[in-house]
Design a protein around this ligand. Structure first.
Ligand code: 13P
Length: 248
């Protein structure tokens, strides 16, 4: 039985002092031992968030990282730095990074390797545009993202990875995918993992849904057989996130 994983993606929100306040506000609301709870915060908030979350069930994650350990890469943050700061998760290949910061399947794959090398669990994002959905190429596009993203990642590593299915048309739009749409794609992703590896990896890997998840839509989404939790944007900045974590 896979343990659910519910992660908040704060995106570019909260100053360090606001981050401390938000972690303190949410700490008592997100208690649920049946779920892994992750807050993916801006880089500048990471240390304060780790410190504030100590002793709670909240794990802190990053929203991006570079694929080199150190060097002349102005503005980047390395996996060595994240691991040293106590960071356990990193979002890789979010559609906003692909769209605005030229992230590709190939750079995502390099980052996947580096995350595993340093003991950080990747939350690898994938998802189609509205145009791709209307053209009927949703699964083709996502299979490519998953296959290239996981290139040369071992079975043992893949078993511990998290994939977030986030249809781009559902992000920040208030337009959640229907439960059927979300389950269908998450199932397709699991089948793709079974093809790349085998049934045991497909059974172990956790697949989240993301895109306008809120306290109302979470219970039905998370009850689906192939949806192992969510990656939550807007609603992760509010007390509502407590309701999402305690969706049952
Ligand atoms: P929203 O929940 O705000 O739609 O954002 C989803 C998302 O992009 C999480 O990574």
């Amino acid at each position: 039985m896979r343990k659910k994983i519910i992660a908040g993606n704060w995106k570019m929100n909260q100053t360090p002092s606001e981050a401390v306040d938000l972690v303190n506000t949410l700490k008592p609301l997100v208690k649920n031992e049946e779920v892994d709870v992750v807050f993916c915060v801006p880089a500048i908030d990471l240390l304060a968030a780790v410190e504030t979350a100590k002793g709670s069930n909240i794990q802190i994650g990053a929203q991006n990282m570079y694929f080199e350990d150190k060097g002349a890469y102005t503005g980047e943050i390395s996996p060595v730095m994240l691991a040293a700061a106590g960071i356990k998760y990193v979002i890789l290949g979010h559609s906003e990074r692909r769209e605005y910061f030229a992230e590709t399947n190939e750079t995502v794959n390099k980052k996947m390797h580096k995350a595993f090398e340093h003991g950080i669990t990747p939350i690898m994002c994938c998802g189609e545009t509205l145009e791709q959905r209307e053209q009927g190429v949703t699964m083709d596009f996502i299979r490519q993202q998953v296959k290239v993203g996981f290139l040369n990642i071992t079975s043992e590593q893949a078993k511990t990875a998290v994939i977030a299915y986030e249809p781009i048309w559902a992000i920040g739009t208030g337009k959640t995918a229907t439960t059927e749409q979300a389950q269908e794609v998450c199932k397709g992703i699991r089948m793709c993992i079974a093809e790349i590896y085998d049934a045991s990896v497909a059974e172990a890997i956790r697949i989240q849904y993301g895109g306008s998840v809120n306290a109302e839509t979470a219970p039905e989404l998370f009850a689906q057989p192939d949806i192992d939790g969510g990656l939550v944007g807007g609603a992760s900045l509010k007390p509502d996130f407590g309701k999402i974590v305690n969706y049952k």
